[in-house]
Design a protein around this ligand. Structure first.
Ligand SMILES: [Fe+2]
Ligand SMILES: [Fe+2]
Length: 303
């Protein structure tokens, strides 16, 4: 049995450092959004509690699917890396970037996300480092994608570049026989079952879906939409489960987006169990909560 935890969207914020950079147009939007709304909902102070709880669960590996920061400034990156560093030092974490981690062209140019978190990736034959594959043990491989590009003021959409789409089929074939976990930041369906285009979804979701319908994988994990929910897409031998654990540090009374994370027990190429670990509201301690709603695509959004 292998135990794998998945969390997403911790959105570390550093208001002082962000205010100093509000003159940069995109950060003006993100910074004001954070200061006015998100700070109350996504709380940095919940992260140590969450990581302490995670450590006690004795998982074999942790997957984090992006949005470590709020506006991708170095202060946020440094704080996120510091908090997660024990998992990196123990080589127990695999990460991919979120759109908030590649917020403006500058972070993309500098490859700031890769500087702080790239040491959690597996090897890649691509010039950009994506897709990469990381074997967790003889039976499980994580395949990481980068769906994030600076989007200017036009939303939070994602796209997979041509090289990733070209290399992905061979990578999935190479690891066939293992339990293949595909990780990307953007959703294929939002919490309402909508594709989220053009502003928040994955613009070439059809191309990714076509690859997965042919090559298959055993589980798809993502974040981006701040809600815990699951759905399925078509694979070659049946449906492929697609899961979003919800934003890890969210404290909200709204049932559709509890904070926390999920733990998978995987054995013999199958998911044997899923545990929901959820931040309670308003106390903020973590409790078991296996409420994990399943959604269906609305008309026009099916894959
Ligand atoms: Fe997010
Ligand atoms: Fe996101």
């Amino acid at each position: 049995m292998t135990r794998i935890a998945h969390f997403s969207d911790i959105h570390i914020s550093s208001p002082g450092a962000t205010i100093a950079r509000l003159w940069q147009g995109k950060r003006l939007l993100g910074g004001m959004n954070m200061l006015l709304f998100r700070r109350r909902e996504l709380q940095n102070t919940r992260l140590p509690l969450l990581l302490e709880h995670l450590e006690a669960q004795k998982v074999d590996h942790v997957i984090a699917s992006g949005d470590f920061t709020t506006t991708a400034i170095k202060a946020e990156y440094q704080e996120a890396r510091l908090a997660l560093d024990p998992l990196f030092q123990a080589q127990k974490i695999t990460t991919i970037p979120g759109n908030h981690d590649i917020y403006t062209p500058r972070e993309a140019r500098e490859r700031r996300y890769e500087q702080f978190f790239g040491d959690s990736h597996g090897p890649s034959e691509s010039s950009t480092g994506y897709p990469f594959a990381k074997e967790i043990d003889d039976n499980i491989a994580i395949i990481g994608l980068n769906s994030c590009v600076p989007t200017g003021l036009s939303g939070a959409w994602g796209i997979l570049d041509d090289e990733q789409l070209q290399r992905l089929p061979a990578l999935l074939q190479k690891h066939q026989g293992r339990f293949r976990i595909l990780v990307l930041h953007h959703f294929l369906l939002d919490r309402h079952g909508y594709h989220g285009l053009p502003r928040r979804g994955l613009r070439n979701r059809d191309a990714l879906s076509a690859i997965l319908q042919k090559e298959g994988c055993e589980l798809i994990l993502h974040g981006h939409e701040h809600a815990r929910y699951r759905y399925e897409i078509q694979g070659p031998h049946g449906p492929i489960p697609v899961h979003n654990p919800g934003p890890a540090t969210c404290v909200s009374a709204a049932r559709h987006h509890p904070g926390g994370y999920l733990i998978y027990d995987i054995q013999d190429g199958q998911i044997k169990g899923i545990e929901g670990c959820t931040l309670s509201f308003p106390e903020g301690h973590i409790e078991e909560d296996n409420n994990f709603p399943s959604i269906d695509p609305i008309e026009g959004s099916a894959l």
